[in-house]
Design a protein around this ligand. Structure first.
Ligand SMILES: CC/C=C\CC(=O)SCCNC(=O)CCNC(=O)[C@H](O)C(C)(C)COP(=O)(O)OP(=O)(O)OC[C@H]1O[C@@H](n2cnc3c(N)ncnc32)[C@H](O)[C@@H]1OP(=O)(O)O
Length: 727
């Protein structure tokens, strides 16, 4: 790792070099400081260009060093930005690839910024539980104004070069030779006054309604990042830029940074960041891994079934520029499905145009619609996305076996059916993979890649690579009923329904869990997913019985408690958002705004009386424990069964597929934050009082780990040698 400089005429070029993304480690900051000092002192140097090695300017501070005590982290980047800005020689940042976090702050210290057209800039610190604490919260508002700076700093959004140019973050965008262009610019501005280019000296341009703007931003982040502190601290820091001179603003920025650093949030978010990258590097117990098994190239794909899931999958593939054949079973469905796909494609094209892609129409892969299975003969991969019905799926896979070329991978987008049973009817069980997308499939990041008993490592490698190509996070899971995400989710939803049966208000339960940070409470989530779908799933997996008796609930079966409420609501055609009423009512079928429904409350109090449920109103703290600890407990059972490679996989599934708040790291990380012995004691207590709810019975793995105290999550695997993945 080194920072070196060479002189090109009178311009010194300093190159940041710390593969793979030129993150600012202490060593790199130190080297940069040294090189800058030399360039500033060297009388032959009249201007300086800072660029990054291998086409990447800089991805910001080295996140791996965040856990080092601050005194061991070497010189602070903040001082460096001041040194750059205050020196008399013009400094130009040549931004290729990315300028993120500390990388952009470094560039903001420079007097000029030239960016490659494909570069992206941003201040994503908020997504790591901190704030831009190397002057980003003070310099950026001075450069682009309060409103735009607030958006960037509180969302962590990456901005493409052309948008950055419009916002005024960069001075010039070039199609090639960014460093050469920066050198040209540096030479041109030698000797010119730098005053207007020193951002710290500029006034902040404030609109008259600045306080209203800040207040509005606060309301927005409190809703968007419920329970997280860093977005609010970001706004406070920008408020300081509005009201205080630069040096005072910097003091406030530092104070807020120290405050955040003392909370658990940065550690949790940083864990989540690395967990995402770790799970993408799958390894099988056989030793096969992304390093040893090459994925097969996917040049063409087909999707069967153009309902909500299938349409989203088609768009996902098209966005990755993979040509798709979209197949439906009859003309009517094809007509409906193709309209849905075309309308989504139009929306994506528009979005891309807004992001500055001029040839947006050409940047989506072509989609062809058909009724003819024969057209699937030559595709590299087929993703089946029909109704969740085993008989139907087997019929399709039997058919595909006879049609598709032998090298084609056949995937099923089931959310929990047995992959092996599907594979058993094909001529290529080793090439059958579960690809469980999340709705809407062209937006949600998660893809559960399900490893069946016969699935080959090449098939896994190909599916994991496909996830990457689609811009998704592939997480490898085992073939257990409902796989991993939904296996934990159904128990959580069931717990929430039990609370309602015991007289607790569903709005209060939703609110409590949303305040904890979940994107949506369980009842709103059920309404979104469709109560009929969930009811079918509960029946199929033994959490309820198909027969109902209009309001009279026989709420035990084989000594297990279950609830018939979902089924009863479905009998009354209350399917959730799609029918305009479910747990809540909506303005119309398909409406999104959930409103409390007096009818439902009357119905529930009658139901409560008729069924003689004991009333147990519980506190918010207990709602959280009662609902979330079953997720954690089942997570341990998944690990015990070897259905996920590690706790990180479960956390990534929850963070990216179920709206779990990343500032708590994920359910398994959250368990370690609460303390495993505490979680265990609570579960024991709840199970003792409710022996008819198996989800509350503590897992042996949790017991074993809790017996060791509260070992950090990263040590769990080593501590329990016998626990191993059966993927
Ligand atoms: C006083 C505080 C001052 C400043 C605060 C900060 O700067 S905080 C850091 C802000 N920066 C970020 O949040 C950037 C995070 N990184 C990314 O968004 C992406 O990694 C990136 C740079 C867009 C590249 O994406 P890509 O998909 O191409 O690769 P991948 O994400 O797999 O990353 C490749 C490897 O680089 C590692 N890495 C990325 N960023 C950092 C970083 N800032 N510090 C340390 N390491 C980083 C990443 O973990 C991957 O490593 P690997 O070992 O290959 O898994």
């Amino acid at each position: 790792m080194a920072t070196f400089r060479h002189i090109c005429d009178s311009v010194a070029v300093i190159t940041l070099s710390n593969p793979p993304v030129n993150a600012l480690s202490s060593a790199l900051i130190q080297a940069l400081q040294k090189a800058l000092g030399e360039a500033i002192r060297d009388s032959a140097v009249e201007a300086i260009v800072i660029c990054g090695d291998k086409g990447k300017f800089c991805a910001g501070a080295d996140i791996r060093e965040f856990n080092k005590p601050s005194q061991k982290r070497g010189p602070h980047l903040l001082l460096l930005t001041d040194l750059i800005e205050s020196n008399k020689k013009p400094v130009v940042a040549a931004i290729e690839g990315v300028a993120l976090g500390g990388g952009l702050e470094l560039a903001l210290g420079c007097h000029y910024r030239v960016a490659h057209v494909q570069a992206r800039v941003g201040l994503p610190e908020v997504l790591l539980g901190i704030l831009p604490a190397a002057s980003g919260t003070q310099r950026l508002p001075r450069l682009i104004g309060i409103a735009a700076a607030l958006t960037l700093i509180t969302t962590g959004k990456y901005v493409p070069a052309r948008e950055a140019l419009k916002l005024g973050i960069v001075d010039k965008v070039v199609g090639e030779n960014t460093v050469d262009e920066a050198i040209r610019l540096a030479k041109k501005v030698i000797g010119q006054p730098l005053g207007s280019r020193q951002l710290s000296t500029l006034p902040v341009q404030c609109p008259p309604n600045v306080e209203a703007l800040l207040a509005e931003a606060m309301v927005k982040v409190k809703k968007q990042f419920r329970g997280a502190q860093s977005p609010q601290a970001c706004i406070e820091a920008v408020r300081a830029a509005v009201h205080l001179p630069y040096t005072e603003g910097i003091k406030k920025e530092q104070e807020l940074y120290q405050f955040l650093n003392a909370t658990h949030e940065p550690r949790a978010q940083q864990y989540a960041f690395f967990a995402e990258r770790e799970v993408a590097k799958w390894t099988l117990p056989s030793g096969a891994s992304w390093k040893t098994v090459s994925p097969q190239p996917i040049h063409t794909a087909a999707v069967i079934g153009l309902g909500t899931m299938g349409s989203g999958i088609v768009i996902s593939l098209a966005k990755a520029q993979i040509p798709v054949i979209a197949l439906e079973k009859d003309k009517k469905q094809l007509n409906i499905g193709s309209k849905a796909v075309i309308s989504l494609l139009d929306r994506e094209t528009l979005k891309m145009k807004q992001l500055g892609h001029t040839e947006a129409t050409n940047s989506l892969g072509p989609v062809r619609f058909t009724l003819d299975y024969g057209e699937l003969r030559d595709v590299d991969i087929v993703i089946e996305a029909v109704f969740e019905n085993m008989i139907l799926k087997k019929e399709i896979f039997r058919h595909l076996s006879g049609i598709c070329k032998p090298e084609a991978f056949l995937c099923t987008n089931t959310s929990g059916l047995d992959i092996d049973e599907i594979a058993s009817v094909t001529d290529r069980p080793q090439m059958i993979v579960g690809t469980h997308f999340y709705a809407p499939a062209h937006i949600m990041k998660l893809l559960e890649v399900v490893h069946g008993r016969y699935t080959s490592s090449i098939s896994i490698s190909t599916a994991m690579q496909l996830a990457k190509n689609l811009g998704k996070i592939g997480v490898l899971v085992g073939n257990c009923p409902l796989f991993v995400g939904n296996r934990l989710m159904v128990l959580y939803l069931q717990q929430a329904i039990f609370l309602v049966e015991e007289g607790n208000k569903l709005e209060e339960i939703d609110q409590t869990l949303e305040n904890f940070g979940l994107a949506m409470g369980p009842f709103q989530m059920m309404d979104l997913a469709g109560l009929d779908t969930l009811w079918g799933c509960h029946v199929e997996h033994g959490l309820a019985r198909p027969e109902q008796s209009s309001g009279i609930s026989t709420h035990h079966h084989s000594s297990k408690r279950y609830s018939q409420l979902l089924g009863i609501l479905c009998e009354k055609s209350r399917f959730g958002q799609k029918s305009g009423q479910g747990w809540y009512k909506y303005e119309k079928p398909g409406g999104r705004k959930a409103m409390s429904d007096p009818w439902l409350h009357n119905f529930l109090s009658e139901y409560h009386g008729v069924n003689n449920f004991k009333t147990q109103k519980i506190t918010q703290e207990k709602i959280i424990e009662w609902c979330l600890y079953v997720i954690i407990n089942e997570g341990f059972k998944v690990l015990e069964d070897g259905m996920a490679s590690g706790p990180e996989d479960i956390d990534v599934i929850y963070n990216s597929g179920y709206g779990w708040p990343k500032h708590t790291g994920g359910p398994m990380y959250y368990a370690s934050l609460v303390g495993l012995p505490v979680v265990l004691t609570k579960l024991e207590k709840y199970y003792e009082a409710n022996p008819d709810i198996p989800g509350l019975k503590p897992s042996s793995l949790l017991k074993n780990l809790a017996a060791l105290g509260n070992p950090p999550l990263k040590e769990w695997r080593a501590l329990l040698g016998s626990w191993s993945s059966k993927l």
